[in-house]
Design a protein around this ligand. Sequence first.
Ligand code: SF4
Ligand code: SF4
Length: 385
Amino acid sequence: MPMLKIHYSLESDLKKDIVDIPAPDEINIRVSNLVLKTGKGKKIAKGELIAEHPSRFGGAYHAPVSGKVTKVNYHHITIKSDGTDNCVEPVDLSSLETGKELLRTLQGLGVDVAPLSSASRLLIINGLNPEPGISVTEQLLRVELKTIEAGLEMARRFIAPEQTVLAVSAGSPYRLDGAEIKQIKPKYPNSLDALVAKKVTGKEFPEETRIMSVVDLYRIGKIVLSGLPITDTTITVGDTNYHIPLGTPIRHLVEYLGLEVSSGDKVVLGGPFRGEAVYSLSEGVKKADHGLFVVKAGSFPAIEDATCINCGECVLNCPARIQANLISRYAEFEMFDHAVRHGLHSCLECGLCSFNCTARRPLLQYIRFAKTQLMNQGAGEQEQG
Ligand code: SF4
Ligand code: SF4
């Protein structure tokens, strides 16, 4: 079988509209590290709160379908759909002034409110597709402009920026009301927030700068216009983008879309550089998932727990200019304080080190492991400074 070629281009050739995938009979929501707000046997309406993240700006999670909670464990909640449109009442946001109450209401509806929590001089909107093969950002800019602009208006009420810049792929026609345009070469990893901010401001750590994605604004806009929480995500599969209820099992998607998955193939959620293979087709899609790929067995050299041969390829390819080989080794042996001292928190999680590793070591996975462990210990933020 020929080796799969991964290209770096972020351009998209959009010809189709977004397709809605209907909710399946059963939904699986991942709830690890969340505080549960429902229990087994409970009947719930679509949009009802089922879990919250315990952190200050943590998100809220809502039932994507009306039905009954049939299973609850540490990792997942399973909801069996009753097939009805039974939905919570919309929240009237128009009567709320800009301030804490509105912010809390948005948070309760599932908005990531951290970017809205204080004012900033410059607001940058990242309008580049996140990874090669994922066209969600440009698709939303193409067909959901009104919703994105409603989200931008709400974001501006909190951030009160003097200047708003929309960063787009060079040559693309996308615009947003009241935003200046910065064209950026559509080549991965230029879509990463930190690199977009540098291209716009010319600085590595610009002060008074907030960066939000088009997807963030689209979600805020949807909530503003409907008064209802977010219960779906938008995912690219092949040349089409789909609105998919959160928690839809991958197996349902594979069958619905007629994808061929044979023994040994890997189904990857996310893009070719940062995505992760799903461990079970029962796993449900999450808010942060924007791409689904089937990697055929033998078409790509497998990642393995091999020994580093000190070739330096990972360091040469790292846009954060850190020693991925060293940091990942510290992470592998759970020497997290050493990993932090060598720049763990400067890692942009672009995946270029793993992708270019001669020994095919799982560098990004080790780095994410270290970050997650530190976050769970509540030490991630403190050790950054
Ligand atoms: S994922 Fe690897 S290449 Fe990318 S910033 Fe982090 S260490 Fe560097
Ligand atoms: S690319 Fe892989 S083998 Fe080479 S130095 Fe980095 S971790 Fe080691």
